[in-house]
Design a protein around this ligand. Sequence first.
Ligand code: PGA
Length: 250
Amino acid sequence: MPRKALIAANWKMYKTPAEAKAFVEAFLPLVAGHTRDEIALFPSPVLLPTVVAAAAGSNVAVGAQNIHFAEEGAYTGETSVGQLKAVGGTHTLIGHSERRQYFAETDEIVNKKLHTALAHSLIPVVCVGEVLAEREAGQTAEVLKRQIARALAGITAKQAAPIVIAYEPVWAIGTGKTATPEIAVEAHKIIRAEVAKLLGSTVAASLRILYGGSVKPDNATALIGQEEIDGALVGGASLKPDSFTAIVNY
Ligand code: PGA
């Protein structure tokens, strides 16, 4: 069965509630009736209730950029899965490279968060990707395999169906340097093969692997059009309804 692509907007730490609401109100008519792909918006936690309310009943899902692995507790500044679900979030990013880089998120933390997300029936988008020095040192495959194996530790094939992986080469994020389709496809194949090794070929065959890193309207078709690339995680170009719509319509 062909994999349904997911086109996801990572808004990072941008937009006020008023701006988020205006985006959704402008965006929904532009993608009304779009059923070829799934669409999801990932705003800051403070924007979640506004975005969920504005997107209610539409073909656009809403998720968090991060969750904590604990059910609840003394974790100042964090958001629990229960809180996310209570406001209507259905998806979450896990292990985005900015979380790894600036908030010391390790593969072990990513793994704990993945377990928590699956236990609560969220759709997790687990981000992996090499930094420039690792690519230049020829370590990309090794890094991706390690990140995947550690993220999936203790996850069974039975649990794995909702998991989405986002391949985001760190050197391509926010830099305007997109991976070529060839580079992305090669990385996706490494990831899919590793998932096949860990969870079996059935899980691997239906696993959605998104590409992220400077996806723009003018390169979206070349990337997402590849059989190996099952959607995109879009930062900068997802902030405006027109450019994100152009990517959704790749
Ligand atoms: P970018 O961000 O599209 O601005 O490169 C992608 C991401 O960080 O998910």
